[in-house]
Design a protein around this ligand. Structure first.
Ligand code: FE2
Length: 670
């Protein structure tokens, strides 16, 4: 007889414990063990959450190199069937070899579940027939468990699930996350001391009342915003380092529909537009995507959403100052171009309409579509097409944590017919789908890759652009890590080409995420290692860094409503000199709409207590020394960047924290 020492770890999660009987079968290249009931001196306590228990499995002869294990869980007559979350199984063979089996899965039924040994294997090197068989079986099951659904035609496809509980267990929120999320969602208004105001249809009558409502929950930055929201330089700053750093671009020629002239903007200055554009000092934000979008009706009142054009000038003291704003796309007498030299309220109202348009552009295009919905596509395609033993699965699965459930909840609570966004945002309802569809047709692969995006927008030299500075460094760090891991498994371009699972992953992304639009530049297949590395870098960057950049500051910049009104109740002035503080207050969203927006931004900016920072992998999916060392190097580089960002922030009037790796979460989880 030969003996195999089997060590089983139960995960440290609420509900991970099982009192059911666990059986194991070891399968090797030369044979297999019997199906063995795992009994130890701990008895019923063998599989309590966080415990590690040891067992012995005997075989008449060695079964060779271990290929996989089979686990099953059977209830006892007196105990109900429960769920078990096993973290990993380690087997020591009589020959002295150690085999690790990463599990990290919930086992809820009495079926046999197969798990491969932890050494990553692409399909073209997985030669053992049992390995290949289990690979096919796993993918067959996954195709059944993770099905594509069409939420609305023209936007990326999503996971098919009726309720959060119908999602497969392993992609659901943990108990902690569920409890916290539901608690904050249901108590957000109370926490903000706003509950009594949630249904108020009254208009704001003075700024003091707004200050009173706002004072219950403030962050350092939201405080600063309240003080500086009217300042032109801060207005400009937000297009670089606020929640939407993706719209601004260098302006080399004025758009035809924005007839700004020198005497409008450089009346008493030596500058002229042509020279300043040549020098790279003129920038533009064009919200053309919002042109003609039907605005919402809230509490029976028509709302207003503009499609502005904003021109900025970088001044010699490195400030980005707005110099002209046109609120609608077509020039007309009743569509004046506003300037800082206009009356205080004309200019302020123009900026308020821009900030409100930016709320819709940010939430729908930049946040929902370009991070949440794409991250879901990357995840569903991974889960359907790539088995656990594949290096791509091991690399990407931590970067998909909670994404399917948070998106399912967003569809349920934010953008459904009764959702907060549908009810209270100017672009809620019909307008939302128009914007999302237009946004998807304007997404390009290069715009998802920050080095190319910054270059295309001509923003390499803009001063004080911390999103760019930190984002480029993070991209490089992620790229080095991905390159290290993938070039360990793919030694040539031919190996990339012959990996059928990898090719299915990218094709599904192309078809279900980008709706087969070749103009996006999204690859339909991978032909080189270099291409693969770039795409996987983009996937990790999008779900971690990019999402943090556009998600984390929502309350910071949106909590003080006048800086980011989610809707506006009056149209903008059509002639100059007609506005006042009273006009502004009547234009702001009503009290109920304001506090609903504040509570939602509070919920979505709140870090969960089971947050996992970028590059931290609590599950050991990789076995081999090289990828394990690459993970350590990755963490080391992230730590160095985090320290550098913290030091830099000490000298900034408004610190830029959203791309500090210690703040960036591994996945789209909120
Ligand atoms: Fe988010």
């Amino acid at each position: 007889m030969v003996k195999y020492e089997v060590t089983v770890s139960t995960g440290n999660l609420v509900g991970a414990t099982t009192f059911n009987n666990i059986f194991i079968k070891l399968v090797g290249t030369d044979g297999e063990s019997e199906r063995k009931w795992l009994k130890s001196i701990k008895g019923a306590a063998s599989f309590i959450m966080g415990t590690v228990s040891s067992f012995t499995v005997s075989c008449p002869l060695s079964i060779g190199q271990l290929v996989l294990i089979e686990l099953d869980k059977q209830p006892l007559p007196l105990f109900p069937e429960d769920s078990w979350f096993s973290a990993k199984v380690v087997v020591k063979s009589p020959e002295g070899f150690t085999y690790n089996f990463p599990i990290y899965r919930w086992i809820t039924d009495g079926e046999v579940h197969r798990f491969r040994e932890g050494t990553a294997l692409t399909v073209f090197v997985d030669n053992h027939h049992l390995g290949r068989y289990s690979r096919q079986q796993e993918l067959k099951q996954r195709e059944h468990d993770y099905r594509w659904d069409v939420y609305v035609e023209g936007i990326p496809h999503c996971i098919k699930a009726e309720t959060p509980l119908s999602l497969p267990c392993e992609v659901r929120f943990s108990f902690t996350k569920t409890t916290e999320f539901l608690y904050t969602a249901s108590t957000g208004l109370t926490e903000l001391q706003l509950k009594g105001l949630a249904n108020s249809k009254k208009n704001w009558t003075n700024i003091e009342d707004l200050r009173r409502v706002f004072c219950f929950k403030q962050t350092d930055i939201s405080d600063y915003v309240q003080e500086h929201w009217k300042d032109d330089d801060f207005f400009g700053y937000q297009f670089l380092n606020g929640t939407n750093p993706l719209l601004i671009r260098r302006c080399a020629t004025l758009p035809n529909n924005f007839p700004v002239t020198d005497n409008m903007v450089f009346l008493h200055s030596q500058c002229n537009l042509a020279d300043e554009m040549k020098k790279g000092n003129i920038f533009l934000c064009d919200f053309k995507r919002l042109d003609g979008v039907t605005a919402n009706t809230i509490n029976g009142k028509k709302q207003y959403l503009m499609a502005p054009l904003v021109l900025f000038h970088k001044t010699p003291d490195d400030k980005l100052m707005p110099i002209a704003i046109q609120l609608k796309q077509t020039p007309a007498v009743d569509n004046p171009i506003f300037f800082p030299t206009d009356s205080e309220y004309d200019w302020l109202m123009a900026k308020i309409f821009v900030r409100s348009a930016d709320f819709s552009e940010h939430q729908l295009n930049v946040h929902l579509l370009r991070t949440h919905l794409l991250a879901e596509v990357f995840a569903v395609s991974l889960l359907r097409n790539v088995p656990m033993v594949h290096p791509l699965y091991k690399l990407l699965i931590p970067h998909t944590r909670y994404t399917l459930q948070i998106n399912h909840l967003a569809r349920l609570l934010l953008i459904s017919k009764t959702g907060v966004f549908t009810q209270f945002a100017a672009s809620g309802g019909e307008g939302m789908m128009t914007i999302l569809k237009r946004s998807l047709s304007s997404v390009t692969y290069s715009s998802l890759c920050i080095p190319e995006d910054i270059a295309e927008r001509g923003l390499e030299a803009v001063p004080n652009f911390y999103y760019r500075d930190d984002g480029l460094k993070l991209w490089d760090i992620i790229h080095r890590f991905v390159q290290g891991v993938l070039s360990y498994y793919y030694k040539s371009d031919a190996e990339v080409q012959q990996d059928s699972e990898l090719q299915k992953w990218i094709l599904d992304i192309y078809e279900h995420g980008f709706l087969s639009q070749a103009s996006t530049g999204i690859p339909q297949k991978f032909t080189t290692v270099v291409e693969l590395v770039k795409f996987v870098t983009m996937v990790i960057f999008t779900g971690s860094a990019q999402h943090s950049a556009v998600n984390t500051g929502q309350y910071d910049y949106g909590g003080w409503m006048p800086n980011t009104p989610i809707s506006l109740q009056l149209p903008p002035p059509t002639t100059k000199g007609t506005t006042s503080e009273a006009t502004m207050l009547q234009t702001f969203p009503d009290v109920g709409t304001t506090v609903q927006g504040m509570a939602t931004m509070w919920l979505l900016s709140k870090q969960s207590s089971d947050f996992v920072p970028l590059g931290h992998y609590s599950e050991d999916h990789f076995n081999e020394t090289i990828p394990c060392n690459l993970i350590k190097d990755f963490q080391g580089e992230l730590e160095v960047l985090s320290v550098a960002i913290k030091v830099r922030n000490k000298s900034l009037e408004v610190p830029y924290t959203y791309l500090d790796p210690s703040v960036v979460e591994n996945s789209v989880a909120i």
